[in-house]
Design a protein around this ligand. Structure first.
Ligand code: CTP
Length: 402
């Protein structure tokens, strides 16, 4: 099974039922599947399993208090809610289901469930009579109506000796279900070309002009597009990030090399994301030997580099073309100008400088297309990439010829 859980931020909520003994196994399997797991325990959960066990298997301190100054200082509950790509509550007791269905926020776990935009799945576990009780069943209906994902419960012999529905779904099956959340198939079969990272323009054999782009956003988009079922080609300037496993990766150094690689791969491309921070200028004449330090002042003669995304946007059978605009000021107006002048279908604008954007793991952007726009709050670049892929698949759908 392909793991779509790689690098996903998963909150595992543990509530107070005997099935909590399966939670360490679930945590271990999540981590094996590549997820990063933060455990949140209710007070009653700690009667069944210790926070120390959950800390040891997850590799992170357990979160259990809503009003804990130290925990809030480390990662506050709103930050934790934003951090999550998905929440799985396993086991979920009848009491927890009731509190969730009523929209209560009287402990950390229910508060997170209210505060997050991530999908929430629950794996109920309780005595079979409690499960069949009409009150639990009406809570279940309310949760299903509000798009909570309900995993199980399984039927069989219960800890109390009863036989019937109410056993927590097995951890391996929960992993399979969680995996399916991220396997969206939104871009199934589409060819996506992405440029990422900076370009490097040589001055002499050991010196160059470049910029602070880390490549993280482009690589995150590549991962998200692969996850959505696309065939991805990633053309990257020099960066220090591991290559996505299921992409065709081409390394380039300069803007001219990047343009040549893009034009070679553009023919069957459905969507082009120009995420690279392409150097605007290159040296008119690269020094063939290392420049020695002689004069007090020197002048380097620079010439304009080709505009890669504009070149693509002007091709006769152009793909759906997306640009990025990293700006320090007047962000939206400058992005709008680039959308129009470069003839793009969509542009993703973000503020850079002051630790924002470049080289950061978090980003907040506004997407502009036609005369519309949509803003995304500060979130991890991986999560943002998945949001951008969702929006792209929706907007590009009518224009892509399959
Ligand atoms: N871009 C490109 N080729 C270039 C310069 C930029 O393909 N030579 C693309 C970037 O990948 C991005 C978009 O154009 O998708 C906007 O890049 P940006 O650097 O913000 O714009 P520039 O055109 O370089 O304008 P300026 O430097 O004046 O802001």
């Amino acid at each position: 099974m392909i793991s779509f859980l790689k690098n996903k931020h998963i909150i595992l909520g543990v509530t107070g039922g005997i099935a909590a003994y399966k939670s360490p196994d679930l945590t271990r399997r999540l981590i094996e599947a590549g997820a990063i797991v933060r455990v949140v325990m209710t007070q009653h959960a700690k009667e069944f399993i210790t926070p120390l066990t959950m800390q040891a298997v997850s590799g992170h301190p357990v979160h259990d208090e809503l009003f804990d100054l130290q925990a809030e200082a480390a990662m506050g509950h709103i930050e934790l809610a934003r951090w999550a790509d998905a929440i799985i509550v396993a086991p979920a007791t009848a009491d927890f289901m009731a509190r969730l269905a009523r929209g209560e926020a009287n402990d950390l776990l229910t508060t997170l469930c209210l505060a997050t935009c991530a999908p929430i799945a629950i794996a109920p576990a309780m005595n079979q009579a409690m499960w069949k009780n009409t009150l639990t069943q009406s809570n279940l209906e309310a949760l299903l109506a509000k798009k909570f994902l309900i995993y199980g419960p399984a039927s069989g012999l219960q800890a109390c000796g009863d036989v019937g529905p109410g056993r927590m779904m097995e951890p391996a099956d929960i992993i399979e279900q969680l995996n399916a959340i991220f396997n969206t198939g939104l871009l199934a079969g589409k060819n996506i070309l992405i440029t990422a990272g900076p370009t490097r323009e040589a001055i002499d054999p050991v010196r160059y002009i470049t910029n602070a782009s880390s490549g993280k956003m482009g690589y995150a988009l590549a991962d998200a597009a692969i996850e959505a079922g696309a065939h991805v080609t990633l053309i990257s300037g020099p960066v220090n990030i591991a290559k996505p496993l299921r992409a065709t990766c081409i390394d380039v150094v300069s803007a001219e090399e990047m343009l040549a690689a893009v034009l070679e791969k553009i023919t069957h491309c459905d969507i082009f994301f120009s995420v690279a921070a392409v150097a605007d200028y290159r040296l008119k004449h690269i020094f063939s030997e290392k420049m020695a330090k002689k004069a007090e002042e020197i002048t380097l003669e620079l010439v304009r580099n080709p505009d890669i995304v504009a070149t693509v946007a002007n091709l006769p059978n152009r793909p759906w073309t997306v640009g990025f605009a990293a700006e320090t000021d007047n962000v939206l107006q400058k992005a709008k100008n680039k959308l129009i002048n470069k003839k793009l279908d969509m542009i993703i604008a973000n503020q850079v400088g002051n630790n924002l954007g470049f080289d950061s793991d978090m980003n907040t952007v506004t997407v502009l297309w036609e005369d519309q726009q949509k803003s995304f709050p500060l979130m991890p670049k991986q999560k943002l990439a998945r949001e951008l892929i969702q929006l792209t698949s929706r907007l590009s759908e009518r224009k892509i010829v399959c």
